[in-house]
Design a protein around this ligand. Structure first.
Ligand code: BV8
Length: 245
C-alpha cells in the first residue's frame, strides 16, 4: 500500500487527464498511430492563424469532432465514472483538470472540473467573447447573437499559441495538493506537461496512470500502466480504502 506512506485523506488531490482517458469511450487520441494528428496537421486546424486564413477548414475539423462527441455510442467509461465518484469519497477534495474538450468527465459525474483547453460543446465569438452552448455545426456565415458580427464564431477551444484557461486557479491547486495524478496523456503539450514538476516541487506525491510510459514518466514517483478503464477504478478503490480507515 505505497499510497498510505505518502498521502493522508486530508490531502487535496489534483488530477490531470488527456485524450487517453476517452480512448475506450471511442474518441481518438492525438498521437497514437490512428490519432487526430495522423490525419490533420496542427498548423492547419488548431491555431489562430489557421482560423484566420482558412476558417472553413478549421470549423469543419471541429464540426466533425463535435458531431462525433454527440454520437449516442460515445459514453463515459469506467475511468470517467471512477473519477466522478472520487469527489464524493475523498475528504481532502479533488480538482480534475482536463486537457480534453469532450464532455465525458461531466457526464461521468465530475463537478469540480476545469477544461483547460476549452470545450467542444461551447461556441465563442472571437469579436466580443460571448459564450454559448453549441451542439450543431459552426459556419463562417453565422452572426454573433450578441455583437451581430458575421464570421467570428469559433469553438471555445484553446489552440496552440493561445493561453490555456484558469491557469491561476490550476497553479494554486498544484501548489497546495498532496497528490498529483496524471491520466491518459503523453506529456507532449505544455504547460500541462509541466504540472507534475510544479506539484512535486511543492511536496505532492506524483503518480502517472497511462497505457504506456509518457514522455514525462521519469518525473513521477510512481507509475501504473494499463488501460484506463482497469487502472483508474483500481486506483480510486485504493484511495477509498485509505479514506475509510
Ligand atoms: C501556450 C485543444 C502560452 C484543441 C490542444 C512550454 C511552455 C508553454 C508553452 C509551450 C512550451 N513548449 C511549447 C509550447 C507551445 C505549445 C506546445 O506545448 N506545443 C507542443 C506540441 C510542443 N503549447 C501551447 O501552445 C499552449 N499554449 O503555450 O500559451 C503560455 C505560455 C506559458 C504558460 C502558459 C501559457 C496551448 C496548448 C493547447 C493546444 N490545444 N487541444 C483540440 O483538442 O483540438 S492540445 C491537444 O493535446 C489536446 O488538448 C490534447 O489533450 C493535448 C495533449 O494530448 P494528449 O491528451 O496527451 O493526447 P495524446 O494523443 O498526445 O496522448 C494520449 C495518451 O493516452 C498516450 O500517452 C497514450 O499512451 C495514452 N492512452 C491511449 N489509450 C489509452 C491511454 N491511456 C490509458 N488508457 C488507454 N486506453
Amino acid at each position: 500500500m505505497r499510497l498510505r506512506e505518502h498521502i493522508s485523506p486530508s490531502d487535496p488531490i489534483v488530477i490531470l487527464t488527456g485524450a487517453g482517458i476517452s480512448k475506450e469511450s471511442g474518441l481518438q487520441t492525438f498521437r497514437d498511430p490512428d490519432g487526430v494528428w495522423a490525419k490533420h496537421k496542427i498548423e492547419d486546424v488548431a491555431t489562430p492563424q489557421a482560423f484566420a486564413t482558412n476558417p472553413d477548414a478549421v470549423l469543419g475539423f471541429y464540426n466533425l469532432r463535435r458531431a462525433q462527441m454527440g454520437d449516442p455510442e460515445i459514453q463515459p467509461n469506467a475511468a470517467h465514472a471512477a473519477l466522478g465518484a472520487l469527489e464524493g469519497i475523498w475528504p481532502g477534495g479533488v480538482l480534475l483538470v482536463t486537457q480534453n474538450i469532450d464532455d465525458l468527465h461531466a457526464r461521468g459525474g465530475s463537478r469540480n472540473l476545469i477544461h483547460m483547453h476549452g470545450e467542444l460543446a461551447k461556441t465563442r465569438c472571437n469579436a466580443c467573447g460571448d459564450l454559448t452552448e453549441g451542439v450543431g455545426d459552426i459556419e463562417t456565415a453565422m452572426v454573433c447573437g450578441k455583437c451581430s458580427v458575421t464570421g467570428t464564431l469559433r469553438p471555445h477551444v484553446v489552440w496552440f499559441g493561445e493561453m490555456p484557461l484558469e491557469m491561476d486557479r490550476i497553479g494554486g491547486a498544484l501548489a497546495n495538493c498532496g497528490l498529483f495524478v496524471s491520466i491518459g496523456t503523453s506529456g507532449n503539450v505544455y504547460p500541462a506537461a509541466g504540472f507534475v514538476e510544479e506539484a512535486r516541487n511543492h511536496g505532492a506525491y506524483t503518480v502517472e496512470l497511462n497505457l504506456e510510459e509518457s514522455l514525462g514518466a521519469s518525473l513521477f514517483q510512481e507509475g501504473r500502466y494499463g488501460p484506463a478503464t482497469e487502472i483508474v477504478p483500481a486506483f480510486v478503490n485504493e484511495l477509498q480504502a485509505l479514506a475509510q480507515n
